[in-house]
Design a protein around this ligand. Sequence first.
Ligand SMILES: NC(=O)c1ccc[n+]([C@@H]2O[C@H](COP(=O)([O-])OP(=O)(O)OC[C@H]3O[C@@H](n4cnc5c(N)ncnc54)[C@H](OP(=O)(O)O)[C@@H]3O)[C@@H](O)[C@H]2O)c1
Length: 279
Amino acid sequence: MNYKTLYNGVKIPEIGYGTYKTPAGDICENGVRTAIETGYRLIDTAAFYGNEKSVKDGIIDSNICRNDIFITTKLWNDDHGYDNTLRAFEKSLENLGGDYIDLYLIHWPVPLKHRDDWQNDIKDTWRAFERLYDEKAVRAVGVSNFLPHHLDYLLANANVMPMVNQIEIHVGYPETETVNYCKDKGIAVEAWAPIAKAKAFDIPEIKHVAETTGKTPAQVLIRWCIDKGVIPLPKSVTPERIVENFNVSDFTLSEEEMRILDGVTDIGRLGSHPDDCRF
Ligand SMILES: NC(=O)c1ccc[n+]([C@@H]2O[C@H](COP(=O)([O-])OP(=O)(O)OC[C@H]3O[C@@H](n4cnc5c(N)ncnc54)[C@H](OP(=O)(O)O)[C@@H]3O)[C@@H](O)[C@H]2O)c1
């Protein structure tokens, strides 16, 4: 497994395993166990996904030491604010077991109920994140779905800079401005929906690069993220796909292949706009 280093020195795997919409129970446990047996060391979950306990059970089933796994979870929109954040964190920690979480993220910058006061809301919420970081309950703190204007505000009001920003990124939706902003500030970027939710495999440019590299479309899309310097978090509950998605370290994309993939314009954003989420 290759690792990147966050600005505080913490090492983070260059690829992670996503669990959004993975039902709690056997499906999640088996998926997480299979992922770890395959070689994944970063598991991405969230309080909102309702599967943190099953993530813990899958990790236990894998027989790999907890300290060798990088666990990310996220604060849900209903739990923003200083006290609520500390309470929500305790709940996630209880679900996930152990006495620390590797990376804790604010899931969305502008919850529906904070549309008019998102700046104050973020300030209070981030103070709790800073406390969790100071107390070593988390090894790294970060955000998700933050665009440059959200980050501008946070950085101007923070004592601890976020180490990670997790955003929607895939071929056809590279989010270049936010990625460059984060790189400039030393914030690592993670890509959610890195395989565009499996909706783009038939796009001619993707099929073409899959043929020229002898890889599957999913592998090409995941490699594109790594070659862009962002950390992909592909999700699958299907054992063969979990393995397929992980096997991307034996090739890189040529400049020409990157150029072809960068030319794809017909996918676009698949999730909510961070300033307009309905939750
Ligand atoms: N921070 C956020 O707001 C946010 C938002 C969304 C997602 N995320 C995180 O990012 C992760 C990835 O995003 P995502 O789950 O939305 O999308 P994704 O990983 O791009 O796509 C997942 C879909 O692709 C299918 N799939 C996976 N590998 C495949 C393959 N090799 N061939 C064909 N189909 C394949 C999966 O089906 P099966 O599972 O049935 O195999 C699933 O339907 C999430 O799981 C979550 O951890 C974060």
